[in-house]
Design a protein around this ligand. Structure first.
Ligand code: ADP
Ligand code: MG
Length: 470
């Protein structure tokens, strides 16, 4: 959202960018594609999605105060009575219009663009970088995980002219998705957070995943910087992708690291790290625990150094950073159980990271309630089973639900098998009586495994506990 009073888009800019027809004089304050989040003064773009057609909401958008609507479906426009409306911007295709707005704003942008991709940690690293960079100038960043074919151009279409930095998250589920998104962003700095087994099902192999992520690096301009953990730079697909006049900056602890992490100390209450970078040193204290967060923070500060900025001010700004809901927040459940809430999603690497964090927390017992990891295709059984190793290493009593988690459950030593159920609500029934005061409980699974429902049931006072009634 722009904070300046100048409109984000004027009629002339909208016409120039989209080549569409607009008769009125409009002043747009923000860009929106969903009437549920529309604010008066917004531009509403009627996109056609899998489940809905934005053209059905044209009238509603204007009733809610939209300054302008972009549409292409003549019949829907007529039905909404908007054919001669001065607030209608008529285009040949609304999706192409959104992309055109994004390209137009990007072309006008005088600041630095940073694109972030990776198997896990994109949103967290993006949010960390946004928090840290705010210490140096005005930051514009993707909202939530707006990282796909509409999220990327929407972020660019919202880019205020006076921003100094634009941070875009770039996602992918299938090969070939990253390059066209990066072509819109035209980043000066590309950051790969991790290369791991998220979405293995669609991608086939880790090398294929590395090659896909590396298409971010391949698109960097002369003088740009490719930034990644030193483990990611081990993939030949990554180093081969880097154009000759682009610098590769590795973040890590070996002598190859440009962003050198000299000390890393992780406890249950946070992490401390010291970084040596070409732009100066930084001492960072994070109050959110987890070595993975410390690694993300090192990458974010690495990006700041790659912009030529001394990173200490950014490190100081990160001190009170907290991850988003369902990505590692802690709170108490009834019965004095500490919950590590990771119910937002799951992949092999993120479960391993969460188990590391769990094992840092002082408690008589560490317990994990795990739901299925989705989108692993034929790799599902193997990927789930492989989690038996870290669970055994950290001695974590494990409860599982879902068909894929059955493979893991059966691979666990008997002493760590807490219980198995088909669904998360059934698992709550098994888990609840097994919990004891002082336990620390990690809850994690793909969003579709509905681990939030399990947490909601554990949140209820003991007497009202009845999954069937929910
Ligand atoms: N560097 C990392 N390594 C492993 N897991 C991570 C890392 N960063 C974040 N995570 C975990 O991965 C999950 C998704 O994090 P998020 O930042 O939303 O990633 P993305 O945007 O790539 O989906 C969360 O459970 C989070 O705690
Ligand atoms: Mg994300």
């Amino acid at each position: 959202m722009p904070t300046s009073t100048a409109p984000l888009w004027t009629s002339q800019d909208l016409r120039n960018a989209t080549q569409g027809q607009l008769t009125g004089d409009v002043h747009v304050r923000a860009v929106c594609i969903d009437t549920r989040s529309l604010q008066p003064g917004d531009l509403f773009i009627a996109l056609i999605g899998h489940n809905a057609d934005g053209h059905q909401y044209l009238k509603q958008a204007l009733e809610h105060g939209a300054a302008c609507v972009i549409a292409h479906d003549g019949a829907a426009i007529a039905k909404a009575g908007l054919t001669d409306d001065p607030r209608l911007l008529l285009v040949s295709d609304t999706m192409q219009a959104l992309e055109a707005l994004g390209r137009y704003r990007r072309a006008q942008f005088k600041g630095k663009a940073i694109a972030i991709t990776g198997s896990v940690g994109k949103t967290t690293t993006k949010n960390m970088l946004a928090t840290a960079l705010a210490a140096y100038g005005k930051v514009h960043a993707s909202v939530a995980s707006f990282n796909n074919h509409w999220g990327v151009p929407l972020t660019l279409a919202r880019l205020p002219q006076d921003a100094a930095f634009c941070i875009s998250e770039v996602g992918m589920n299938h090969p070939g998705e990253i390059a066209p998104l990066v072509a819109q962003i035209r980043p000066d700095i590309g950051l790969i957070t991790t290369i791991g087994s998220a979405h293995l099902g669609h991608m086939g192999s880790l090398n294929a995943i590395a090659a896909e992520k590396a298409s971010l690096f391949a698109a960097l301009p002369a003088g740009g910087t490719a930034l990644c953990p030193e483990e990611a730079a081990q993939f030949p697909a990554v180093t081969h992708a880097i154009p000759q006049d682009v610098s590769l900056w590795q973040v890590g602890t070996t002598s190859h690291a440009t962003i050198h992490c000299d000390e890393l100390h992780c406890t249950a209450t946070g992490s401390q790290l010291h970084l040596s970078t070409p732009a100066g040193e930084a001492q960072l204290t994070l109050t959110a625990p987890g070595p993975h967060l410390a690694r993300n923070a090192a990458l974010a500060l690495g990006a700041i150094a790659a912009l030529g900025l001394p990173p200490q001010a950014g490190a100081t700004a990160l001190r009170h950073f907290q991850p988003e809901a369902g990505r590692g927040q802690q709170r108490l459940l009834p019965g004095e159980i500490t919950l590590l809430d990771e119910s937002y999603n799951a992949s092999g690497p993120s479960i391993r990271a969460a188990l590391e964090t769990l094992s840092l927390m002082p408690a008589p017992r560490h317990i994990a309630a795990l739901g299925d990891i989705r989108e692993l295709g034929t790799f599902a059984a193997e990927e789930h089973r492989a989690l038996a190793q870290p669970l055994t290493e950290h001695n974590i009593l494990t409860f599982c639900c879902g068909p894929h988690m059955k493979s893991l459950y059966e691979a666990l030593p008997r002493s760590l098998q807490g219980g198995y159920a088909e669904t998360s609500t059934q698992l709550a029934l098994l888990l609840r009586p097994a919990l004891q005061k002082g336990d620390v409980l990690l809850v994690k699974g793909s969003l579709g495994s509905r681990m939030r429902d399990l947490i909601a049931l554990l949140d209820q006072p003991e007497s009202s506990h009845s999954p069937e009634s929910t």
